[in-house]
Design a protein around this ligand. Structure first.
Ligand code: ADP
Ligand code: ASP
Ligand code: MG
Length: 418
């Protein structure tokens, strides 16, 4: 007997036919006498619609009421899946976050999980009932529903797997695993059998939305055996391998990976906007004058570039912020104009950050220069660069996104054999 968490994302529960298909995957595991907790997302597009309604109702809406609205999508799918499972003769019951309870902190809209009491869930699933849990939601200290940030059902699933000591957490989605890059923009992308926690963390935080970043952090910290696999495969066909692993990609420790590549994947993020201050006086304290007010306004700055003029008296400072903070960041800088003293403030949201990720970079030189060379040969201008031990990110014009991702994917030998 295996204790499992099975998580199904938005496209996997997009309509009743898909929900029936999901129910067949669940029934397969129940028929094998496994203990099953299921975590579901809202139907594809539903959360976007709900978020849109909140914005339309009032651009400056209360985060508690936003949570009351946007959490409803998952409530619907958990109930529907329970109904379908029951109609197939499977003993199933839906659960909302507060019923578990899954407790969060007070950060409505982007709450973090504080604690999950798994005892009631364990009691029910070990008694043979399938728990169908609404992902993305919990209950905050003010006793109100809180949501976990976009893509948060992945985090619900891994956290619940840890709380109930599950043997495995299977994240079912619309692709059959984690690929070397988004298979929707690079058809030559290859599926990875295994990917290390660290690389997956980078890929997720640099734009590969296949897993929410926090779900990877939790899987790493709590050592949850997490697989990414397809909900579109034949539900009758589970194909566990000789070690009991399902098909798909295992997120695991680095030392479980036998074939190590220098570069494992390419990610891109359009959630990036650039601001440039021209002709800032180059004197001590100027960077603090620019970035302190942004930090006071809770705006996260990502990439930073400073160019000094030939005579050393002036500098251009460029930096990036999340697209959603672009207008606010402009306002903050404009209102600090007298302290910073600059000639012009320019900006663009037509930029994209493309990143090359691989733990092999720690021990291999030349990865960055290969990237810069390849982009130059395609005539792609690099506006900013950041690096860490296992990644290089470049900021480019968004018109070149696909060309850059495909070019880098190919030069690092990631394309699948034709
Ligand atoms: P779900 O609704 O199941 O949570 P998401 O849309 O959040 O699914 O995530 C799956 C999507 O992630 C895929 O359809 C794919 O386009 C995208 N994706 C981006 N990068 C990758 C990658 N490296 N490997 C696999 N999928 C990726
Ligand atoms: N439905 C939520 C969202 O779209 C949570 C999730 O899908 O993981 O962000
Ligand atoms: Mg998702």
């Amino acid at each position: 007997m295996t204790r499992l968490v099975m998580k199904f994302g938005g496209t996997s529960v997009a309509d009743l036919d898909r929900i029936r298909n999901v129910a067949r995957h669940v029934k397969r595991e129940v028929d094998l006498d496994n203990e099953v907790a299921v975590v579901v997302s809202a139907m594809a597009g539903k959360t976007n619609e709900l978020v849109g309604w909140c914005k339309e109702a009032s651009p400056l809406h209360d985060a508690r009421e936003y949570d009351a609205v946007v959490s409803s999508g998952e409530q619907v799918t958990s109930g529907l899946l329970a109904i379908v499972l029951q109609s197939m003769g499977v003993n199933a019951r839906s659960w909302q976050g507060w019923q578990i309870p899954l407790k969060t902190n007070e950060a409505h809209g982007a709450a973090r999980i504080a604690d999950i009491d798994g005892s009631l869930l364990i009691e029910r699933i070990s008694g043979g009932q399938v728990a169908v849990i609404a992902g993305f939601q919990g209950v905050a200290p003010d006793n109100r529903i809180a949501t976990l940030g976009r893509g948060g059902s992945d985090t619900s699933a891994v956290a619940i797997a840890s709380a109930i000591n599950a043997d495995r957490c299977d994240i079912y989605t619309d692709v059959d695993g984690v690929y070397t890059t988004d298979p929707r923009i690079v058809p030559m992308a290859r599926r990875l059998d295994r990917v290390s926690f660290e690389e997956m963390l980078e890929m997720a935080s640099l734009g590969a939305k296949v897993l929410q970043v926090r779900s990877v952090e939790l899987a790493m910290v709590h050592n949850v055996r997490t697989f990414v696999r397809s909900s579109f495969s034949d539900p009758e066909d589970s194909q566990l391998d000789e070690y009991g692993n399902p098909p798909g990609t295992l997120i695991c420790d680095e030392d479980e990976i036998v074939e190590k590549q220098v570069v494992t994947g390419i990610a891109y993020s359009k959630d990036e906007a650039e601001l440039s201050l021209r002709n800032v006086a180059d004197k001590p304290g100027i960077a603090a004058a620019v970035f302190a007010p942004l930090s006071d306004a809770n705006i996260n700055v990502d990439m930073i570039v400073q160019n000094i003029s030939e005579d050393g008296s002036k500098a251009d400072i460029s930096f990036t912020v999340p697209t959603s903070d672009y207008e606010r960041a402009r306002d903050v800088i404009e209102s600090s104009r007298s302290e910073i003293e600059f000639d012009a403030l320019q900006g663009s949201t037509d930029v994209v950050k493309v990143s090359v990720i691989g733990i092999g970079m720690r021990s291999h030189a030349g990865v960055a220069s290969q990237c810069f060379q390849a982009l130059a040969e395609k005539g792609i201008n690099i506006r900013a660069i950041t690096t860490s031990e296992i990644k290089i990110s470049v900021l480019i014009d968004s018109a070149y996104t696909e060309l850059a991702v495909r070019t880098l994917h190919s030069i690092y030998g990631l394309d699948q054999a034709a």
